[in-house]
Design a protein around this ligand. Structure first.
Ligand code: SAH
Length: 242
């Protein structure tokens, strides 16, 4: 069963963009996922295909009209897919959300421009607001490509080496350990000895330890959540012994 992605945008030329490169492009060629792009301009009003108007209440910029946005949205068959509005006010996107999306039938992504979309559309069509992070882009297209890329690479058969997905950053709540490859000596820096030892248990311990150190130093938020999760797991194991 394919994973179907639909995009609504004023800039259809931005797609497939990065989504046609490397493993995602190959997987789309193999029919593992599909992409269709709807040009919002085609639903615009009048000869000039107007899609926006000044904000109610005044202020700078333009707001995307609800009637135009909904005409485009309702032209698509939703088929149980989540309807996402890319927005800096949205829930910050995470690996857990990518996993949740990848388990579903696909995604519909509405890319905002200008000052964004009339709130009534977001409310009436039950849109999920998703943010790429705490910064403001000029439009939702780059954000849509980022969330689609991280979701689609989790689909079966897309990334090829599926075990690499299990160990990467965030999959266990920790950042990934540092990676090394050949040559063994480079600019007088050797590869850490333990990685050449062939002792898989030791290597796993070293990697976990490095993951913990990195996470603690760089991401106190993730580290606190990790410790909390460890405590909960420990108390659950205690309960089982009672
Ligand atoms: N005035 C708005 C920002 C508008 S930016 C505000 O302050 O909230 C124009 C469009 O770019 C938005 O409608 C949204 O679709 C997209 N966008 C901007 N930053 C984004 C982010 N961090 N994540 C996802 N989409 C974003």
């Amino acid at each position: 069963m394919a994973f179907d992605v639909s995009i609504i945008t004023l800039f259809p030329e931005a797609f497939p963009g990065l989504l046609d490169v490397s493993i995602l492009g190959r997987a789309r060629g193999e029919g593992r996922w599909s992409l269709d792009v709807t040009d919002l301009r085609a639903f615009g009003i009048g000869k000039h295909r107007k899609v926006d108007d000044p904000p109610a209440g005044g202020g700078a910029g333009l707001v995307m009209r609800p009637d135009v946005a909904v005409a485009a949205l309702d032209s698509l068959d939703r088929r149980g897919r989540p309807l996402i509005y890319l927005s800096p006010r949205g829930k910050p996107f995470t690996q857990a959300m990518a996993q949740e999306f990848a388990a579903g039938p696909g995604l519909i992504c509405f890319c905002g421009r200008f000052e964004g979309l009339d709130q009534r559309v977001i409310d009436r069509r039950g849109m999920i607001e998703v943010s790429l992070g705490d910064f403001v882009l000029a439009g939702g297209e780059a954000a849509a490509q980022a969330i689609i890329e991280s979701t689609v690479r989790l689909l079966p058969g897309v990334a090829g080496n599926e075990t690499s997905l299990e160990e990467e950053s965030f999959s266990d709540g920790l950042l990934e350990y540092p990676q090394y490859t050949l040559p063994r000596m480079w600019e007088n820096e050797p590869t850490p000895e333990v990685l050449l030892s062939g002792d898989h248990k030791k290597i796993a311990e070293w990697r976990l330890n490095r993951s913990k150190l990195l996470t603690e130093a760089r991401r106190p938020d993730l580290w606190a959540a990790y410790l909390n999760g460890q405590e909960i797991r420990a108390s659950e194991t205690d309960d089982e012994h009672d």
